[in-house]
Design a protein around this ligand. Structure first.
Ligand code: NAD
Ligand code: DAU
Length: 332
């Protein structure tokens, strides 16, 4: 492994992955990113130019993708339409990027015998009940609920089929909810932090009992790198956080860490089809590959994330107005 193509490398987790790879390996990185509303080139500024090349383009552009694959040995596929509320509003780009885009990359991987790592989500397994003692494992059945998770599940199945039918050297990881620096302000944690920074009350969907398993994006990055280095071809790995927390608890913690009253938030209209709970059993990754998260203290990780948003208003300011206008139309 010498030169890695990172699709979606100008997005939240892609940026955290590239920073991790440049700091901890000698690999060169080529980024392919369409720079949708979610991509931000400034997140890649001041990184070593001799090890990082940026290509502006669409993963569904077969000609471009084929050219890029002739010059790399590995691809880590992050590019996606990633936000559930956008998928409920306009699903088409989710099909185009998550399904057709992944298909296009797989065809190029097949033609050039490139090692393929597909970054996916725990949402492909659907929801768990709040009182269900089980967690998702590598054997859980795909049972997605939303346009976003259905298109991600579709892409997981394409990877499985291309590995089995055409021998593409592929692995898949399904990760829980990420947080950390460079996350778009449409997502739950940065939306609430930036609300407080703007003097607005946080907005929690429904009754706020929904549970997510939060993982710092740098820990997701180290997990993907471990899979690239030592993962078994053809395998799926679940990447999990440090624990399950309901949305009310998260927002109350953010308010407390930001010096506000913990009840200073509003419950607003629920997300249609809102999954109740996700929970991950990441034993395979921990025992087989020896991975463990560095940010095992969620409160400390959240405090450093709050600091980052406080210090980088120029990075998120423009997007904030657009996101709040979108949610205002939906009573959220
Ligand atoms: P993001 O929305 O922040 O970034 C997506 C990036 O992909 C952007 O830079 C965007 O410009 C780019 N992109 C979108 N369509 C493209 C296309 N057609 N061609 C090229 N580039 C395109 O997403 P994220 O939160 O960083 O998620 C990255 C990946 O990780 C996704 O595949 C997502 O499903 C998966 N994932 C995310 C989380 C999470 O909590 N955010 C958790 C588990 C898995
Ligand atoms: O589980 C992994 C997934 O996590 C990834 O695959 C997705 O790409 C990523 O967006 C995330 O999906 P969620 O839908 O769980 O994340 P989101 O940040 O949108 O919402 C987290 C929870 O917070 C969810 O229960 C909805 C709720 N929420 C969200 C927003 C934006 C609110 O209560 N208020 C909000 O303003």
């Amino acid at each position: 492994m010498k030169r890695v193509l990172v699709t979606g490398g100008a997005g939240f987790i892609g940026v955290n992955f590239i920073r991790h790879v440049l700091a901890h390996t000698g690999l060169d990185v080529v980024v392919l990113d369409k720079l949708t509303y979610a991509g931000n080139l400034s997140s890649l500024a001041r990184l070593p130019a001799h090890r990082l090349r940026f290509v502006h383009g669409d993963i569904a552009d077969a000609e471009l993708v084929d050219t890029l694959f002739s010059d790399i040995d590995t691809v880590v596929h992050f590019a996606a339409e990633s936000h559930n509320d956008n998928g409920l509003d306009k699903p088409r780009p989710f099909v185009d990027t998550n399904i057709v885009g992944t298909f296009t990359l797989l065809e190029a991987a097949r033609n050039h015998d490139v090692r393929f790592h597909h970054v996916s989500t725990d949402e492909v397994f659907g929801e768990l009940n709040l009182d269900d003692p089980t967690r998702f494992t590598e054997e859980s059945a795909l049972d997605p609920s939303s346009p976003y998770s259905a298109t991600k599940a579709g892409s997981d199945l394409l990877v499985k089929a291309w590995a089995r039918s055409f021998g593409v050297r592929a692995t898949v990881s399904n990760c829980s909810n990420n947080y950390g620096p460079y996350q778009h302000v449409e997502k739950f944690i940065p939306r609430q932090i930036t609300n407080v920074l703007r003097g607005k009350r946080p907005r929690v969907f429904g009754t706020g009992v929904n549970v997510r398993d939060w993982l710092h994006a740098e820990d997701h990055a180290s997990a993907v790198l471990a899979i690239l280095r030592e993962g078994q071809i053809g395998r799926r790995y679940l990447v999990g956080g440090v624990g399950e927390v309901d949305n009310r608890t998260v927002v109350e913690l953010i308010l407390r860490l930001m010096g506000e009253r913990p009840d200073a938030y509003d419950l607003v209209a629920d997300r249609p089809g809102h999954d109740l709970r996700y929970a991950i059993d990441s034993s395979r990754l921990r025992t087989e590959l020896g991975w463990s998260p560095r940010y095992s203290d969620f409160e400390a990780g959240l405090a450093s994330t709050i600091r980052w948003y406080r210090e980088h208003e120029s990075w998120w300011g423009d997007a904030k107005e657009r996101v709040e206008a979108f949610y205002a139309e939906r009573g959220q």
